[in-house]
Design a protein around this ligand. Structure first.
Ligand code: ATP
Length: 606
């Protein structure tokens, strides 16, 4: 009462209470994944509940058997009464076994099915998130979030939650049945309960914090492994295995410290519980023995009593552990929810994408007074006052010293980021007015480092147009000058590439990427020229393929070697985030102290 009135006076709610309610609400929101399976889930809950009630019948019937035996000894009861009770007990056990089978299987089925849905949605959200999100996080951390946190949630749905319900029923039912037998004994037993509960809550809070920290530290080590394996060639080339091992070892050390701290806390708690719980049992036993001696209860009642007490004590003992597990799960749901709540930039769905309603773009591109600052580096304007127009079908080369902002400009064109100020116009319309997936559907990029996915060459080319026919793929490969080398492999287009297949040479990968782009048939094309030079034959094949690809499309070429940009329509020279010169090769060469001329002189000299 006092707390509420204080809140009212302050006019705000206590932040802590709000946070807890909020975290619980978030956790419950994930329960909507159970909705499609609610029938089976409810049936499983009912089976669990009834099964637990049957468990409660066990001590009762056991007590009855003892009493019946004693009565028979005194010549009052009959053998039949004892046998009937034993048979009844067997029947109860059989029913309980059947119910257990059903609810165990049902929880597993429902839990795993809804988790598959949750995993799919989390992954879908993850890959649809904007670049700003990925720029601020490490890949390993995200991968760990997807696996570790979801495993925690899985554990909750399949084991912890059912256990929690079962133990609650046993606790409440056990206490009620004990109370029906002897209030005095119940009172004695319950004295220890509040103490245990308070300790459990305090402990739960502490472990929640520590286990979250331990999980974070473990995710850090996973990141190290992932980074090392991704860059294994670099690691070996620098002979840095020892360095990586040290880094990993340090990470593990931090993880170990955090988990051991949690383990110490838990060990102390277990010790306390054992002492307190068994202490309570001894107390009950001792009081029960006295009541029996005074003739207040029967042998059978004492038997019931002791069995119920072990049930209740067992439930209490499990409660603390379950409670801390639930808290862990809430921590995990919070993080998964955080991820699900981020807004994706494109819609993700299963199956083929809906047909685009956007007519084919002409490919006019305009940057109007564009400024750009990376969200991860506020205060540094990477691009400033960029004005640039490219008409349909034109070829524009972007040149400039390293770090000038060429790739950033392209990122804006692909709408990986939006301008901080100014506008990007595509066919005269603000780029933000298009649906992102449709806009990107008409752009294509041939990157410097071509990444091939594990799969066949045909699949890799078809990445430009999922569902393309074999004839379309071969035609694209022909235009990209890739058909011949692909045909030369014994398995042709079915040859596996990537991690588990063969490795293609740099030039071959480039041509596969070009075929991919040709198949996509974009209106706007981005070429990030490879910095490494290839042998002249390979170079010729690629140049030819690129010529085919660029025909009739607006093309932006990030040029590192100025020899390749002589014949473009316009060269844009970027330095320090600004457009400093623009014109054809000849025009720019004519500028006396120009940046382009200086760059060109340097390159041709080497
Ligand atoms: P290069 O020719 O070497 O590829 P570039 O002209 O393409 O260089 P950008 O990659 O656009 O240059 O980089 C421009 C500036 O923006 C650099 O100072 C770089 O450090 C910075 N930068 C690039 N990406 C990010 C990012 N994700 N977050 C913060 N800053 C970035």
């Amino acid at each position: 009462m006092a707390r509420y009135s204080r809140n009212d006076q302050a006019g705000v709610e206590l932040p802590k209470a709000k946070l807890d309610r909020e975290s619980l609400r978030q956790a419950l929101e994930l329960f909507r994944y159970l909705r499609p399976y609610r029938g089976r889930f409810s049936a499983a809950l009912a089976a669990l509940f009834v099964g637990s009630l049957f468990s409660l019948a066990f001590p009762y019937l056991a007590g009855s058997i003892v009493d019946a035996a004693l009565l028979q000894n005194k010549g009052v009861g009959s053998m039949a009464g004892m046998d009937r009770t034993a048979l009844l007990l067997m029947g109860v056990l059989a029913l309980q076994a059947g119910l257990s089978y059903f609810h165990f299987l049902s929880f597993a089925t429902v839990g795993q099915r809804s988790l598959v849905d949750l995993r799919r949605d989390t992954y879908a959200r993850l890959i649809s998130l904007p670049m700003t999100f990925f720029a601020q996080r490490r890949v390993g951390e995200l991968a760990s979030r997807l696996s570790a946190d979801l495993i925690q949630i899985e554990d909750t749905l399949i084991t912890i939650l059912p256990q929690f319900l079962r133990q609650s029923t046993l606790l409440v039912g056990g206490v009620a049945l004990i109370a029906a037998t002897s209030l005095k004994l119940t009172g004695i037993m319950l004295v220890s309960l509040p103490v245990l509960t308070v300790v459990a809550v305090v402990f739960g809070r502490k472990t929640r914090k520590i286990s979250r920290e331990a999980q974070d530290r473990l995710a850090d080590t996973a990141t190290i492994v992932e980074e090392t394996l991704q860059g294994i060639v670099n690691v070996k080339a620098f002979a840095n295995e020892g360095y990586e091992l040290n880094r990993y070892h340090e990470g593990l050390g931090k993880f170990l410290t955090a988990t051991l701290r949690g383990a110490r806390l838990r060990a102390a708690f277990v010790a306390f519980i054992i002492f307190a719980l068994f202490g309570a049992i001894v107390l009950v036993l001792w009081s029960g023995a006295r009541l029996l001696q005074q003739g207040e209860i029967t042998f059978g009642e004492l038997t019931r009593f002791i069995l119920y007490t072990t049930f209740v004590a067992g439930a209490m003992g499990q409660f603390a552990e379950l409670y801390s597990q639930l808290q862990k799960a809430i921590g995990a749901t919070q993080r998964v929810r955080e991820l699900l709540r981020e807004t994706g930039e494109v819609e993700t769905r299963l199956g083929p994408p809906p047909p685009s309603t956007l007519p084919r773009l002409r490919g006019d591109v305009g940057f109007e007074n564009v400024d750009f600052t990376y969200p991860s580096r506020p205060g540094v304007k990477v691009l400033q006052a960029i004005n640039l127009t490219a008409n349909s079908g034109q070829r524009i080369a972007l040149v400039g010293p390293s770090g000038a902002g060429k790739s950033t400009l392209i990122s804006l064109l692909l709408r990986l980021y939006d301008p901080s100020a100014g506008r990007l116009l595509i066919d005269g319309r603000d780029a933000r007015d298009y649906r992102l997936a449709e806009l990107r559907g008409q752009m294509s990029m041939v990157p410097q480092e071509v990444l091939l996915f594990g799969g066949s060459i045909a699949e890799n080319i078809a990445y430009g147009k999922p569902g393309a026919s074999a004839a379309e793929i071969a035609s694209a490969a022909r235009q990209a000058n890739a058909h011949e080398f692909i045909q030369a492999f014994p398995e042709g287009y079915a040859t596996l590439v990537g991690d588990r297949g063969i490795q293609l040479s740099g030039g071959q990968r480039q041509r596969v990427a070009i075929a991919r782009a040709i198949l996509k048939n974009p209106a706007i094309l981005i070429l990030d020229e490879a910095t490494s030079s290839l042998d002249s034959e390979s170079e010729r094949l690629i140049q030819e393929a690129l010529e085919t690809l660029m025909r009739g499309r607006t093309s932006f070429i990030i040029a590192h070697r100025l020899a390749t940009v002589r014949h473009v329509d316009r060269i844009i020279v970027i330095a320090g985030g600004r457009v400093v010169e623009s014109g054809t090769h000849d025009e720019l060469q004519a500028i006396e102290a120009g940046v382009y001329r200086r760059l060109a002189t340097l390159q041709f000299r080497t």
